[in-house]
Design a protein around this ligand. Structure first.
Ligand SMILES: NC(=O)c1ccc[n+]([C@@H]2O[C@H](COP(=O)([O-])OP(=O)(O)OC[C@H]3O[C@@H](n4cnc5c(N)ncnc54)[C@H](O)[C@@H]3O)[C@@H](O)[C@H]2O)c1
Length: 386
């Protein structure tokens, strides 16, 4: 295992912050500093075993004990935190979506270019071994030309009108919710696998709960119920589900369904690639297997690290077949790629993690989806960089 000497600082200790922490520790990387809100920082740092707690991200990004800043706070803080970290000359791993709109994301793209440090957007799904294997099947031509792509990202944690999280408020999460929060994972993953970005979209958004109950006080992601038990009714201004037709730059067609009100689907990201030679399909809730479909021969279900799986995931899978790797491992693999790049900037290894440009593009796709929904027409993706 590489010995990473770089030290990390973490901003946010809610749902995903501890996932970053755990993956970093598995890589032997020390997290020296935690930043969170004044009423949470010290207790969270003590609980998570992080030596230093601060409540101002500007203190964390300037700390000489932090070389890599992990931003795991709600979306509206990504821009100021990312810009501050870049100004301080730090490497950055920023959670998705990169920021609230493409004006903000283009500022981050420009700042990342100026800083010349490593900047990754945490689209972790790229690092499932099966996703890397599918990418290799596409790039080596084994699927043939991709004709069309089908898939969905479904969850049920916002199924009830009493389910609440900051993502439901556009000022906290951005104007789109299900699409920006989980749809961008799907779109980033499929674009990564195809090696082709989304060029145009036709979208229909839907809101099942037009009003919801908001607890008095905050609620952590995926947690149930409220702390005080008291709620107030509020009007919902972003979508619970969406249907999107896609046209990729390579002319492949796609259709994507996204929902956070799909009862029974906990965290299912699924996509199927239909090529001119054969097909391939994957579901994140069965992460270890890939389905390969053929017209004139038997279909196959291939298992990670077995011969038929291919070696597209080489270097990004640690355990033998049957010793399941899943969600937490994708963070470990993504961070391994980021820290390796940060320690060897001249390396010629391909950059597999999402870049600021990728994060910027996903936000521009979200904006096209909103324009398309409002205009009831196809919308091309405009991705200005500043
Ligand atoms: N890659 C993934 O699979 C994945 C999964 C979940 C969330 N996310 C992303 O991670 C981010 C955080 O989501 P979450 O679900 O962990 O949210 P959360 O609400 O559970 O946690 C957010 C944390 O940030 C802290 N925080 C809020 N404002 C802050 C500030 N000004 N300064 C410092 N800390 C602050 C909160 O106190 C909390 O500890 C979001 O951008 C989300 O889209 C990514």
């Amino acid at each position: 295992m590489t010995n990473f000497s770089l030290r990390a600082g973490l901003i946010g200790s809610g749902f995903i912050g501890p996932v970053h922490l755990e993956a970093l520790r598995r890589l032997g990387i020390t997290v020296t500093t935690l930043c969170d809100l004044p009423d949470r920082a010290a207790a969270a740092a003590a609980r998570l075993g992080i030596p230093r707690a601060v409540s101002d991200y500007r203190v964390l990004v300037r700390s000489p004990e932090v070389e890599v800043v992990h931003i795991t706070s709600p979306n509206r803080f990504h821009r100021p935190m990312a810009l501050a970290a870049l100004r301080a000359g730090k490497h950055v791993v920023c959670e998705k979506p990169l920021a609230l709109n493409s004006r903000e994301t283009s500022e981050i793209v420009a700042a990342a270019h100026r800083a010349q440090t490593v900047f990754a957007v945490n689209y972790n799904v790229r690092f499932y071994p099966a996703v890397l294997a599918m990418r290799d099947l596409v790039h080596s031509g084994q699927l043939g030309d991709i004709i069309h792509v089908n898939g969905s990202y479904f969850q049920d944690w916002l199924f009830k009108d009493t389910d609440y999280n900051w993502r439901l408020l556009p000022r906290e999460g951005g104007p789109l919710r299900a699409v920006a929060d989980i749809g961008t994972h799907w779109m980033d993953t499929v674009s990564f696998v195809l090696g082709s970005r989304i060029a145009a979209v036709f979208a229909q958004l839907g809101t099942h709960h037009r009003t919801r109950q908001r607890p008095v006080g905050e609620v952590e992601t995926f947690s149930r119920g409220t702390r005080s038990g008291k709620t107030v009714t509020y009007r919902v201004r972003n979508e619970d589900f969406a249907s999107v037709l896609l046209r990729f730059q390579n002319q492949a067609h796609g259709n994507l369904a996204v929902s956070q009100v799909a009862a029974g689907r906990k965290n299912s990201l699924r996509f199927e690639l239909y090529g001119s030679r054969q097909s391939a399909a994957w579901d994140s809730e069965k992460p270890e297997t890939l389905w390969l479909g053929r017209r004139d021969e038997a279909n196959q279900v291939v298992v990670r690290n077995s011969p038929a799986f291919g070696d597209g995931a080489r270097g990004f899978t640690d355990y033998p077949a049957g010793h399941v790797e899943g969600f937490p491992d994708t963070f470990k693999m993504l961070f391994r790629a980021v820290y390796a790049r940060a320690m060897a900037p001249q390396s010629k290894e391909p950059v597999l993690h999402a870049t600021p440009e990728d994060g910027h593009h996903e936000v521009a796709v979200c904006e096209a989806i909103l324009r398309s929904h409002r205009a009831r027409a196809w919308a091309t993706v405009r991705a200005p960089t500043g």
